[in-house]
Design a protein around this ligand. Structure first.
Ligand SMILES: Cc1ncc(C[n+]2csc(CCOP(=O)(O)OP(=O)(O)O)c2C)c(N)n1
Length: 577
């Protein structure tokens, strides 16, 4: 049967058809929908793990236990999971083990643009890279076969365009892959130096074997056409090459590590001019240059952002596009939703002129004007450690003035260990945990703090308050971000205290069920002082003479009523949105 599937739905279908029994992930754009779709297949145990490292460890355990297993993550998630990855490369697998990693060239929703192919090379594991939905599905079966044939974890690389484009996919039945026998084998699975040294030799032998395999592997495909121009490419850039240079000869690499060197050398000999077209790092180019083959890549094309058919036409054919879609569009900066519970937090922080070591989530938007209440953001979980470092570098004055701001999902992901560090090593700053009962940024995934599992079934609730107290935080307060007066009072008290404190700011994300949406506020007698605009609410519209409200956006949260010094904003009437 043919279906139109999103790349991520196709990955999920591929895992299902390949007989996967256990799948674990932590959400992260553009990878999230893979796991959300796997959860629809009752035959596959699926979980949201607290972070990517745990997800991969669950998958490794399932693989050792004899099941085909999967872990999914975005590119930066692989940094978190890198520790188990590098050593799982030594242990190898029992049931097939695949890790899908989705890169984000152009940073549509990420803090950096790292190229995951470098991980495959560094960890000595093979990597496959599909170009569209059909391949996304089909490559999964190849990935599991390779994993079991070569006794190795296999990385499958996606990117935003592959994950989030739709295409025709021929779906098939699920393959029945019986659970393999589990045999205790400490020389294979206990990686202490004596055993790991022996396994390292195996890893090298395996990689050499895979290099020969890559030479004739069906997913590395030569498409000979005009020999004046040859292109070596993979993934989504392959589709741009086919669109912009339909007459060129192409070597499409479905396996991007290890490279089929002989196939590449043979192809290079057959074409007059060789281009390497790859987004992000010159991963192929450097290896091909090291083989003594002359080619052109990053001298023409950038390491930054996404490529396009237009870009190839311009750089290779010298044809400039008449219409540049992105340049011609008006800019629309991202903004916290109207009614977002995070807004009051940043308004208050701004008012108290606190410095903020921030974190990653919807609340990162608190960094932008007019809230302007975040000084630094690096990676998930970093806010608490950075606050500790700031305090230790600049003394207790900084501790009174600097707060960490972290979301609930991010706290569970990687904020607990740094909070233990603050307790253990005598930190005295304030940590604000913004508990909106969901992983908002990536589209409302459940997490251990909200009492629901990936399929929406009831699960034990992690009590964040108790957790903080148990690890030794003496002062834990809870505040409502819609009660601006009380929030300010609590924040002042906790930041003035010469001791570590945690303020949990709790109110569910408004988009979760919409129950807290009230009628739109009414504005009458506005003096145009601009105080309400400091909230940065998209429902409030600045005018020449007065501020007006966009009733279609306003959720009646009432923050503007509280900050208006002229009593010009009032609650709307029930029955009217
Ligand atoms: C290592 C890593 N994994 C995943 C992501 C994607 N991601 C960004 S923020 C975030 C969590 C946001 O949830 P939360 O902390 O609860 O804040 P909210 O968005 O709900 O305000 C996720 C999963 C990431 N940036 N880095």
């Amino acid at each position: 049967m043919i279906q139109i599937l999103l790349g991520n739905e196709a990955f999920a279908r591929g895992a299902y058809e390949a007989g996967v029994r256990v799948a674990a992930a932590y959400p992260g754009t553009p990878s999230t929908e893979i796991t959300e779709n796997i959860a629809k297949y009752g035959e596959v145990y699926t979980e949201w793990s607290p972070n990517e490292k745990v997800a991969l460890e669950v998958a490794i355990g399932a693989s050792i236990g004899g099941a085909r297993a999967l872990a999914c993550m975005k590119h930066v998630g692989l940094n978190v999971a890198a520790d188990p990855l590098f050593t799982a490369a030594y242990t190898g697998v029992n049931g097939g083990l695949v890790i899908i990693v989705a890169d984000d060239p152009g940073m549509h929703s990420s803090q950096n643009e790292q190229d995951s192919r470098c991980y495959a090379k560094a960890a000595h594991v093979p990597m496959l890279e599909p170009s569209d939905s059909m391949e996304a599905k089909d490559f999964m079966r190849f990935a599991y076969d390779i994993s079991e044939k070569f006794d190795t974890p296999v990385l499958v690389r996606s990117s935003t365009r592959v994950s989030h484009s739709r295409g025709l996919v021929k779906v098939m039945d699920r393959k029945d892959v019986p659970l393999k026998e589990y045999k205790k084998d400490i020389r294979k699975y206990v990686m202490m130096p004596g055993m790991a040294r022996v396994r390292h030799v195996e890893v090298e032998k395996r990689e050499t074997g895979m290099e020969s395999f890559a030479e004739t592997f069906a997913l590395n495909r030569v498409e000979m056409a005009d020999t004046k121009t040859g292109v070596i490419t993979s993934g989504i850039p392959y589709t741009y090459v086919k669109e912009a240079l339909p007459d060129a000869s192409v070597l499409k690499l479905g396996m991007v590590h290890p490279l089929p060197k002989k196939l590449i050398a043979d192809f290079a000999k057959k074409v007059d001019k060789l281009y390497i077209i790859e987004e992000l790092e010159p991963f192929f180019e450097e290896q091909i240059l090291a083989m003594g083959i002359s080619c052109e890549g990053k001298a023409l094309f950038t390491r930054q952002g996404e490529y396009s058919a237009n870009m190839l036409r311009e750089k290779i054919l010298g044809v400039k596009a008449e219409f540049n879609q992105t340049e011609d569009l008006p800019q629309r900066p991202p903004v916290l939703c109207a009614g977002c519970p995070h807004r009051g937090v940043f308004y208050t922080i701004n008012k108290l002129k606190l410095s903020v070591m921030g974190d990653i989530g919807c609340y990162t938007l608190g960094a932008l004007p007019p809230l302007s209440a975040m000084d630094a953001v690096v990676c998930m979980g970093a806010s608490i450690g950075m606050t500790m470092g700031m305090e230790k570098a600049r003394g207790s004055g900084a501790a009174r003035h600097t707060v960490a701001v972290i979301g609930d999902s991010t706290f569970i992901h990687s904020g607990i260990a740094p909070l233990i560090d603050m307790v253990y090593n005598g930190g005295t700053s304030t940590v604000m945990i913004l508990d909106n009962s969901t992983t908002g940024m990536t589209g409302h995934q459940n997490h251990p703090g909200n009492g629901k599992d990936i399929r929406g079934r009831e699960a034990p609730v992690l009590d964040i308050e108790q957790l903080c107290k148990t690890i030794g935080v003496k002062h834990v307060a809870v505040a409502d971000p819609f009660d601006l007066f009380e929030l300010e009072k609590i924040l002042k008290k906790e930041t003035e205290r010469e001791a570590l404190s945690v303020v949990i700011v709790r109110r569910p994300c408004l988009l979760l069920d919409g129950k807290s949406v009230k009628p739109s506020v009414l504005i009458k007698g506005c003096k145009n002082c601009g105080r309400c605009l400091k909230l940065g609410c998209p429902a409030l519209i600045k005018g020449d003479k007065e501020v007006t409200v966009d009733e279609t956006l306003c959720t009646g949260c009432g923050l503007c009523i509280k900050v208006c010094p002229h009593d010009a904003i009032h609650a709307g009437k029930a029955g009217k949105k």
